[in-house]
Design a protein around this ligand. Sequence first.
Ligand code: SF4
Length: 437
Amino acid sequence: MTSPYQGYVYAYPHKTAYRPLDPAPPLRSVWAEEDKSALFLYLHVPFCEMRCGFCNLFTRTGASEDLTSAYLSALSRQADAVTDALGDASFAMAAFGGGTPTYLNAAELDRLCDIASRFAPLGSAPPGSAPLGVETSPATATPDRLRVLRDRGTTRISIGVQSFVDAEARAAVRPQKRAEVDTALDAIRDAAIPVLNIDLIYGIAGQTAESWAYSLETALRWKPEEIYLYPLYKRPLTGLFRLGRDWDDHRLALYRQGRDHLLAAGYEQVSMRMFRLPSGGVGGTGAGGTEYCCQSDGMIGLGCGARSYTSDLHYSFEYAVGATEVRAIIDDYVRADDFTTARVGFRLDEDERRRRHLLQSLLQASGLDRAAYRARFGSDAMDDFPDDLKGFADRGWLDVGPDALRLTSEGLAYSDAIGPALFSGSVRALMDAYEAR
Ligand code: SF4
């Protein structure tokens, strides 16, 4: 029996499949022939107050104000090089992610908004502005920071709460106080940023159906426009979960409970993890939020942990998760003065582009639009990936309709098995080689 928890595919290919580009192509030529009418701008802030036990993101703790200031200066130099290479471009969405962007203080966040505003006006108006999403944490979602973010056009704020039970937060190695979480959520609502997203985690040691229901119900008190439910991937060290199967069953039961709880509360399911109120709001990821299409549109990432996408090249800086390597990469970034080339990346051939489109579409509840796929690639997805897709259908994970390929309810529950199963052999080999280093 396949474990439903093989891996979270939030981007394809994963950065562990990127390799140094030699020679490093100039950004000007990388972007010359690209459609730049609806880009996504992403600024990465690789700093956090503490390292959560479940985190595998590119971030470091304990950054001094000297370092955050130097990092912003490097971002500004990179923005100079990128705006120069892009020429005319329009942005459909912008986001500050991390790490924890609100690790920066209010004045630094203002500086960060200045840098982003050089690409596009931020906010939901006037036309041509890019709605801005920002990630935050309970300790750093303070009124002064939120005021700056709201005044500079933030339309969506996402906060990692994980659990409203202090003991569970501690067990997930995110020691936070419930009172701090409540204060942060009140402050976000007071700031009147249109869309609030709350992240919760299931599968934590000691979490029960009752405590999970309590966290879900408590989150709903703030009427968040969006809620993400994440399965925990770091194994709890308790006797109960010594066997992988037990933990899988536990997570699957909590997933189903969480999904049903939110559907009963009026949320719609967008993907295995994402739920939103049908009126998602301006600047959310709902219909009113953006025209950006993650399957085909490009992305400009600034910062040493951010990636950028063109139609056939994904690129970034060096990748690491270990504390020493992350610090070294950040130190190199703040000293760099040449941002005119793409240094590390992955070139997507025709097969990889089809695979990426399939993955990005199939893992959404709305599924893959067969006509859109045909219009883009000149073939039918069922003919391009017959074995994988028929295999999913045979397992009851996929509905093959004349217009769309859509995961069933059970298929959505197995998204983290379906995604990795669609990796190409060459991407899998590059990822395995990276892990084996
Ligand atoms: S706050 Fe987010 S990025 Fe920072 S350590 Fe925790 S999970 Fe990782």
